[in-house]
Design a protein around this ligand. Structure first.
Ligand SMILES: *Cc1c(COP(=O)(O)O)cnc(C)c1O
Length: 375
């Protein structure tokens, strides 16, 4: 056997042995928050489609219209010929929503995070990053060549200790965290981190991919990352910041400069999503309300966001719990290492405005009676 295939097979066998091998499951997402797998219709609690906009007729119509007018692909990087005029409209609206001077749209949230830190920090600089930060934030930190140090999850005191110890040795310091943590659903202490950043002349980045409070300006965070692919139901990522910072990012972020622009249809459906949310802002409160009714019914700690983790422990036990819920008609994918730390495999529930209350109550009953009793 060629050594390359041998290498791949050995690695896969090791993953299999640890119940960590993953495979792609065909999934159709037809209407609402239902998904079809293996011919069965399941109510999904594993989509980040918080408002159900991926299937919304207005977003579909906007995309179809844009395809008819502008075609399917951007043809080149934004800096060459791929900068369709819809970008300017979308970026102006995103900046207004986030309360910043400007915004820049990337090909995805992952690409935004992989490109931003290297555009702002380099060799000799320091990046302080929350230990549970998303893989894409880690990618950006590592690509920057700055020195990377982790602070304990949501522990601003620990971040401060690190700043006191190391700030003086570095010309520039970035502090990197998530507004709402994608696998735990808890919120970062953004106000404390913003104060720390100010006191020590560091620059704070918050990744708001899962934050439904789209215009949360409570904390003074100069760099706010977001995605168009979760609450907004489309695809792409963005950063909102001052005009100077956005201009620099447009010049220096390699994941923007060297990657093809988004299809115009994607930009058009993102704009349609913003229209819809502006018209019906009350929708944004519903996923959290459903998550809270679930945590109340199960006696779990009160949900801080639309994401509720149920930590199980071993990968096998998490897979078993997921399979049991599938038998009950619920799609709740097991989340295993390395997405979460070793020994904390879990079920991760993402609540959507479209979840029927009766089904949320039924899920709570099954989780309480058949999963929580075993913990
Ligand atoms: C999903 C996610 C991303 C990546 O966004 P995409 O647009 O899906 O690439 C980045 N950060 C966090 C915290 C996420 O949950």
């Amino acid at each position: 056997m060629p050594s390359l295939d041998e290498f791949a097979k050995d690695k896969l066998a090791a993953l299999e042995g640890a119940q960590l091998r993953r495979s792609l499951a065909d999934t159709l997402r037809a209407e609402g928050i239902w998904a079809v797998r293996n011919g069965r219709r399941l109510l999904s609690f594993s989509c980040n489609d918080y408002l159900g906009l991926t299937q919304h007729p207005e977003l579909k119509a906007a995309a179809i219209d844009a395809i008819q007018r502008h075609g399917v692909g951007a043809g080149a990087s934004r800096l060459v010929t791929g900068n369709h005029p819809l970008y300017a409209e979308l970026e102006t609206r995103l900046a207004r929503l986030k309360g910043t001077e400007a915004a820049c749209v990337f090909g995805s949230g992952y690409l935004a995070n992989a490109g931003i830190a290297p555009a702002l920090a380099g060799s000799g600089d320091l990046i302080l990053i929350d230990e549970l930060a998303h893989s894409s934030l880690w990618a950006g930190a590592r690509l920057s060549r700055a020195e990377v140090r982790t602070f304990r999850h949501n522990d601003a005191g620990h971040a401060e200790t690190l700043l006191k110890e190391h700030r003086a040795q570095h010309p520039r310091v970035l502090i990197v965290t998530e507004g709402v943590f994608s696998m735990d659903g808890d919120r970062a202490p953004l106000k404390e981190l913003a104060l720390l950043a100010k006191r020590h002349d560091a620059w704070l980045i918050a990744d708001d991919a899962h934050d439904l409070d789209l215009s949360d300006g409570a904390a003074d965070v100069p760099l706010r990352v977001g995605t168009l692919s979760k609450t907004l139901g489309a695809y792409g990522g963005y950063i909102a910041a001052s005009k100077a910072v956005i201009d620099l990012i447009r010049n220096r972020a390699r994941t923007l400069v060297y990657s093809t622009g988004l299809p115009p249809a994607t930009l058009a459906s993102s704009i349609a999503a913003l229209d819809l949310i502006e018209r019906e802002p009350h929708l944004l409160a519903q996923p959290l309300a459903k998550a809270r009714s679930f945590t109340r019914a199960t006696d779990l700690p009160e949900a801080q966001s639309a994401i509720v983790p149920i930590v199980i422990g071993s990968a096998q036990a998490a897979l078993d719990a997921s399979r049991m819920l599938e038998d009950e008609g619920f799609l709740v994918v097991a989340i295993r290492p390395p997405t979460v730390p070793d020994g904390t495999a879990r079920l991760r529930l993402a609540f959507s405005a479209l979840h029927p209350d009766a089904e949320v109550a039924r899920l709570a009953g099954v989780v309480r009676g058949r999963i929580l009793v075993k913990r």
